[in-house]
Every structure is written in C-alpha cells, then in structure tokens.
Write a protein that binds this ligand. Structure first.
Ligand code: SAH
Length: 230
C-alpha cells in the first residue's frame, strides 16, 4: 500500500518492482496524481498490476480487512512498535495463515508516514541503510522488501502456518474507539490531556494480536462497563 504518493512515476515503478517479485495486490491510498501516463510508462510491462490497483480514500479503508499491518519506515520513532529488518519481516509474513491479509504500507516521499498512520501498524520494517542517508526512493524500498518476501516464500520456511482467526484492523479500530470512549467515561482518560495513553494501549494490544473470540470478550467487558455508567 502506498500512502498519499506525490509522484506518479513512483507508483509505476512500484508496480514494476512488485511484479518482478511476483506480487500483484497494489493499493493506492489517496494518491496525489493518479491515473497518470507517467505511472503507466514507469510500470513498463507491469501495467496489469497498475490497472488492478485498488484505490482507497483513507488508510483505515485500505487496511480494514488486514490482520497484520506493517509500516515501512526509514526512521525509528520514540514511542514506536517493534522494528523488523526486511528478512525477519518476510519470515513473519510467511508465517501467516493468509499472507494476502497482510498490509505493508509505505509513506509519502517527503515526509513518510504520520504518527496516526503508524498507530495502525503492528510492526515496522526498516531497511538497515546508511544511518547518515537512510531514506531510499520509495520504489527501491518496495523492491527490497518484495525481494525478501519472494525469497521467504520460495524457501517456504513454514508450509503449515497456524490458522488463527486474528481480529482485523477494522475490528481493532472499533475496539480502540470503544475502549477510548469507556476510559473517558471512567475519567481514566482526560480528553484534554490524553498523553500517549491510547498509543501505548494500541501498542499493547497490537503486540498481543487478539483473535475474534478475544476481541469479542474485550468488547463485551467494555459494554458491561458502559451499562454500569448509564
Ligand atoms: N523523509 C521520509 C522518507 C520517506 S521515503 C522519512 O524520513 O520518513 C518514502 C517511503 O519509502 C517511506 O515512508 C518508507 O515507507 C519507504 N522507505 C524509504 N527508506 C526506507 C528504509 N530505509 N526502510 C524502510 N522503508 C523505507
């Protein structure tokens, strides 16, 4: 998934990088210029991947069905989720029961991903580049990560991935909204001074990766608390 990409050439180059590695599900979140002749030209023989790209207005819409969201970032953030290198990222994706429900998101050319976008990520992937010049061109970053995904898939490290029915990103967002609303009602969370509470809780639940039953239990607890406050 490419978020809010400015240069259509980068979108085309990404489609090409993906097709070279046998990937096809490209998703464009609020691209700044698309469709574009430049994108098509840079896609070269990968115009099928480009033509098949899904366009979404928001990141939440794009990741709604994903059970694992990985953000590609050139920088480490202070209050951040675990950071993987591309090889461990590929191994993690390979261990998923359904790798098509993994979203790997790439940020804007100039500013990368916002904190709110990073909040949607269970993990980050960082290409260990020159610390003095660590930001790759976006399609080059996609190429490296897609290459590792291909190598991991070919080595088929774990052919029998466990079938856990993890909560989707959309279910997690609904849970976080419910949790926040409950914590405000409990006066545990002051909306005037939220600090990093929700971000820390997202990190906790993101690490735990609740499944369907667990997320239903958590929602049930919040509903029970809500009834006491009526
Ligand atoms: N100045 C921006 C760089 C954006 S580069 C920043 O510091 O965040 C555009 C996108 O390419 C990034 O958002 C990221 O998704 C990807 N990218 C570039 N270099 C990367 C690296 N070293 N590791 C992982 N992703 C990288």
């Amino acid at each position: 998934m490419l978020v809010n990409t400015s240069h259509p050439g980068n979108i085309g180059a990404t489609a090409r990088a993906m097709k070279n590695m046998g990937l096809k599900n490209l998703c464009l979140v609020a691209p700044q210029q698309y469709p574009s002749a430049e994108a098509t030209a840079r896609a070269s023989g990968a115009d099928d991947v480009l033509a098949g790209a899904q366009c979404c207005a928001t990141l939440d819409e794009a990741v709604a069905d994903a059970v694992l969201v990985i953000g590609a970032s050139a920088r480490s953030r202070s209050l951040s989720v675990p950071v993987l290198d591309p090889r461990s990222c590929a191994a993690l994706v390979q261990r998923q029961a359904d790798p098509s429900r993994v979203a790997i998101i790439f940020g804007r050319e100039r500013t990368g991903l916002t904190n709110e976008e990073l909040d949607r990520c269970h993990q980050l992937v960082q290409i260990p580049a020159n610390p003095e010049y660590s930001s790759l061109n976006i399609a080059a970053a996609v190429q490296i990560i897609a290459y590792e995904l291909r190598v991991a898939a070919q080595n088929d490290l774990n052919p029998s991935a466990p079938e856990t029915d993890y909560a989707s990103a959309q279910q997690l967002e609904q849970f976080y909204a419910h949790l926040e609303q409950t914590l405000i009602a409990l006066e545990f969370l002051d909306p005037e001074s939220p600090r990093h509470l929700m971000r820390r809780l997202r990190r906790l639940f993101g690490r735990a990766r609740p499944d369907q039953k667990e997320i239903n239990i958590l929602r049930g607890i919040l509903t029970a608390i809500g009834k006491k406050f009526r």
